[in-house]
Design a protein around this ligand. Structure first.
Ligand code: FAD
Length: 383
């Protein structure tokens, strides 16, 4: 959506296909980081954007056993917004669509599911898509695969995927929020258990992290036992965990971390999770996908508008984004293996590890994770 917006703004005809009828789905995280807010500022949309309901997270803290530790402090970042905006992704996407309507070349087709690529003489020249009115074909000088971590387009293109592995999945659910609850988003870690809670004003969006493939075991223990585990981690939820009536109220989100060897073929470029599925660690995936969109628009827009796109231009986008992607995934995998895997496997009460103790005591050190999470490696700027 973001790349569609940026290209239409640069006078390129764009059609964005979305397979669902709306964006109201609960599976994609909500964190708009300072790097993305900076892009909104560069596009002159920040003020309007911040009028939408959101929470501003200036510091990240987590609870390990009984100890609360401060982990990141965003208030010193050299950006317009020194906070992470927590906003449901459907609000964010609706905002971009509304902004895109200012440009006559921007078209969004909802309920249009790309099912295959159209290939001619070894070149991708468009897609076929399933719509309520039947199958449609869309021809294009460039097709972008931005269809997420289960990308159909990258699979149809036969692009080689490197699976980098993830030791966990996430159970995703809503529990109502009361005015007397803590205001900030929370993370709580105990031996064998991790719970992340995002404040969405009238409810908590909860993510309960489980070992990969562990859902059957949890189901076997029963929903009552599961409610008890949530209440034990966050006792103020005890009077509300019954809102999880059965397993239909709990979605299983499978976590993947992978990367394409080659992000493009003649006529096709993959970006975002379709090029590199991100772990939820650090809540950076949406922001990285947007950085890809900005880099792609910077490299491709003028060439698309003038009709002179070459295969090397698609390679140039990958070259530009490869280092930030690899570096971020390397950090995510380090956290997955060093922290998450160990916590999920441990049966002994946890103590705060020394690097986190150090971070908790030193406001200066807390600026480092803030920079990595908030701005990432080599942030892009809108041209
Ligand atoms: C449990 C979990 C929690 C996460 N939490 C966060 C977080 O808090 N913050 C963060 O920044 N990142 C988070 N991430 C990572 C983040 O969700 C992804 O990195 C990010 O959504 C990637 O954006 P994208 O646009 O590439 O793909 P997506 O967000 O997956 O968007 C793909 C879009 O394409 C549509 N689509 C799919 N297939 C087709 C098709 N064939 N035809 C037409 N449309 C199609 C989908 O409906 C969707 O709208 C989380 C990931 C997981 C697994």
């Amino acid at each position: 959506m973001m790349l569609g917006f940026l290209l239409a703004r640069a006078d390129v005809d764009v059609v964005v296909l979305e397979k669902h009828a709306d964006f109201l789905r609960d599976f994609r995280g909500d964190t708009i980081h300072p790097s993305t807010l900076e892009l909104m500022y560069e596009l002159g949309m920040l003020e309007e954007f911040l009028k939408r309901p959101h929470q501003e997270v200036r510091e990240l803290a987590g609870q390990i056993g009984k100890d609360v530790v401060k982990i990141a402090d965003f208030t010193h970042l050299p950006t317009q917004c020194k906070f992470v905006a927590s906003m449901p992704q459907w609000d964010f996407l609706n905002f971009i669509v509304e902004q895109g309507r200012r440009y006559p070349r921007f078209q969004v087709k909802m309920q249009a599911e790309a099912t295959d690529l159209i290939e001619q003489d070894g070149r991708i020249v468009g897609v076929s898509a399933k719509t309520p009115d039947g199958v449609m074909e869309i021809r294009a000088s460039l097709t972008i695969g931005a269809d997420g971590r289960h990308s159909v387009l990258r699979e149809r293109a036969g692009l080689e995927v490197m699976d980098l592995g993830a030791p966990m999945d996430v159970l995703w659910m809503r529990i109502s929020r009361r005015p007397s609850d803590p205001g900030q988003s929370l993370g709580h870690v105990e031996a064998g258990k991790m719970l992340v809670m995002i404040n969405r004003e009238d409810y908590w969006q909860c993510g309960f992290i489980i070992p990969k493939g562990g859902m059957d075991e949890i189901r076997k223990r029963g929903i009552e036992q599961f409610r008890e585990e949530i209440a034990a981690l966050q006792p103020f939820l005890r009077d509300r965990v019954s809102e999880l009536r059965d397993w239909n109220d709990v979605s299983l989100l499978t976590v993947k971390v992978d990367r394409l060897q080659q992000w493009s073929r003649p006529g096709l470029l993959c970006i975002g999770d379709a090029a590199h599925a991100m772990s939820p660690v650090g809540g950076v995936g949406i922001n990285l996908a947007i950085q890809d969109a900005v880099a792609a628009a910077n490299v491709l827009a003028a060439k698309l508008a003038a009709g002179g796109l070459r295969e090397q231009d698609l390679h140039a986008v990958q070259r530009r984004r490869e280092f930030p992607t690899r570096a971020t995934q390397r950090l995510q995998i380090l956290m997955q293996n060093r922290v998450i895997r160990r916590v999920l496997a441990s049966a002994q009460p946890l103590t705060v590890p020394w690097p986190l103790k150090l971070m908790d005591r030193s406001p200066f050190l807390r600026r480092i994770p803030a920079r990595l999470i908030g701005m990432g490696f080599r942030p892009e700027h809108v041209r």
